[in-house]
Design a protein around this ligand. Structure first.
Ligand code: MN
Length: 257
């Protein structure tokens, strides 16, 4: 059997313990030929940002390990178009220190790394753990990620889809879920610096989820692994019949198709 080529990236940076745990498990459990290409520093919240106004540089830090002065999206592009000899069979992004649930997937650099791979035509998954996962927890999360990755390699994924996998400590099982929704989030956290000036932290205020048994957050709350298929096509297909009834053609008269 030939060893599948697997690219691993993350948004927590090249030194994050979750990245090493994931690479190890994919090598050990899948016999994968793993190449790690990750940001040189933390890029959490970078979402799908791409570096287009400055040069992109990288450094080889070990055999098949590269550190990139850029975002997860930059890493995937640099890997696929420059660093790797062959297109990988799979891209795995993670293990993020902290779950990526509900609308958080839109801010997540971890999910964006997997999304970029999908857009480039490669099967992919994003993997996230509890924010306070220990080294042992991370090894367990990585082993579960490797099992899911093996399924993806064996079966492929439906067109335009990628998987968002969240793994709690000591899971009771695994659930196929959909993306949840936040019901409520406090705005900003306000503090004062030593000079008495106000400053703000965004994204750290407490939040609540809309109750939804099938959602990703419900699975995590009940200590199940959550596997959510995401879509690289952001079209809202449900809105097309509604908008079609608006008669938008009136706004810009011209010949119709
Ligand atoms: Mn992160």
């Amino acid at each position: 059997m030939t060893r599948p080529a697997v690219l691993v990236t993350n948004d927590d940076g090249v030194r994050a313990p979750g990245l090493a745990a994931l690479a190890r498990a994919l090598e050990r459990d899948l016999g994968a030929e793993v190449t790690v290409v990750a940001p040189d520093r933390e890029q959490s919240g970078a979402s799908h940002a791409m570096t287009i106004r400055s040069p992109l540089r990288f450094e080889r830090v070990a055999e098949s390990w590269y550190s990139v002065e850029g975002t997860p999206t930059d890493c995937v592009n640099l890997a696929i178009f420059h660093l790797l000899d062959e297109r990988p069979a799979l891209v795995v992004s993670g293990i993020n220190a902290g779950y990526n649930l509900g609308e958080d997937v839109t801010y997540s650099g971890t999910v964006a790394g997997a999304l970029e791979a999908r857009i480039l035509g490669i099967a992919s998954l994003a993997v996230s753990s509890a924010p306070d996962a220990s080294a042992e927890d991370l090894d367990a999360v990585a082993a579960i990620a490797a099992r899911v990755a093996a399924e993806v390699l064996a079966r492929g994924l439906p067109a335009d889809s990628l998987l968002n996998v969240n793994v709690p400590p000591a899971p009771r099982g695994i659930r196929l879920t959909h993306q949840g929704r936040r019901a409520f989030r406090e705005g900003l956290i306000e503090r004062r610096d030593p000079k008495g000036r106000e400053y703000y932290w965004i994204g750290l205020a407490p939040s609540e989820w809309e109750p939804d048994d099938g959602a990703d957050h419900a699975a995590i709350a009940e200590r199940y692994v959550s596997v959510t298929p995401l879509h690289s096509d952001m079209t809202c297909h449900r809105a097309i019949p509604v908008l079609s009834a608006w008669g938008l053609e009136r706004l810009v008269p011209g010949s119709s198709r």
